[in-house]
Ligand binder design. Structure first.
Ligand code: 5GP
Ligand code: ZN
Length: 118
């Protein structure tokens, strides 16, 4: 069973902020912003590549609830899902990063210089 399946099954503890029958959200162990929460489906899905539109519909509503619960809905936040090798996905269980609580940087994302590909 993968790391996030264990959190979903309460085999590993996490600092949960919101939960329903299908999804759970908890604070990231290594936060990159004052608010850094991960939202996951309780059933295992490898990545965004495998998620169904039906699950995404409910996931979207859940993420919106999380944003309200951690009080970033009005001040603003960012939702990120890393996919695969180039996306920098470390945990192979679909998760959405919800980042906020301060002005977020919009930086240089790639190892390669985008100008070299123009
Ligand atoms: P990824 O790089 O796969 O998009 O993001 C994985 C995230 O999971 C990272 O931000 C990392 O800090 C977080 N993470 C990894 N292991 C744990 C854990 O055991 N508990 C919690 N709460 N977060 C974790
Ligand atoms: Zn899993």
């Amino acid at each position: 069973m993968c790391l996030f399946c264990k959190i979903a099954n309460n085999e590993l503890t996490a600092n949960k902020v919101h939960e329903n029958d299908d999804f759970v959200a908890f604070h990231d162990i290594n936060p990159k912003a004052p608010v850094h929460v991960l939202a996951i489906p309780k059933t295992h899905v490898d990545s965004f590549n495998e998620v169904t539109p039906e699950m995404m519909a409910d996931m979207t509503a859940f993420i919106q609830e999380v944003a309200e619960k951690v009080d970033v809905k009005e001040s603003g936040y960012r939702v990120i899902t890393n996919v695969g090798e180039n996306g920098g996905q470390e945990v192979k269980h679909l998760h959405f990063h919800i980042l906020g609580g301060a002005r977020l940087r919009w930086g240089h994302f790639a190892d390669a210089d985008p100008k070299d590909f123009l």
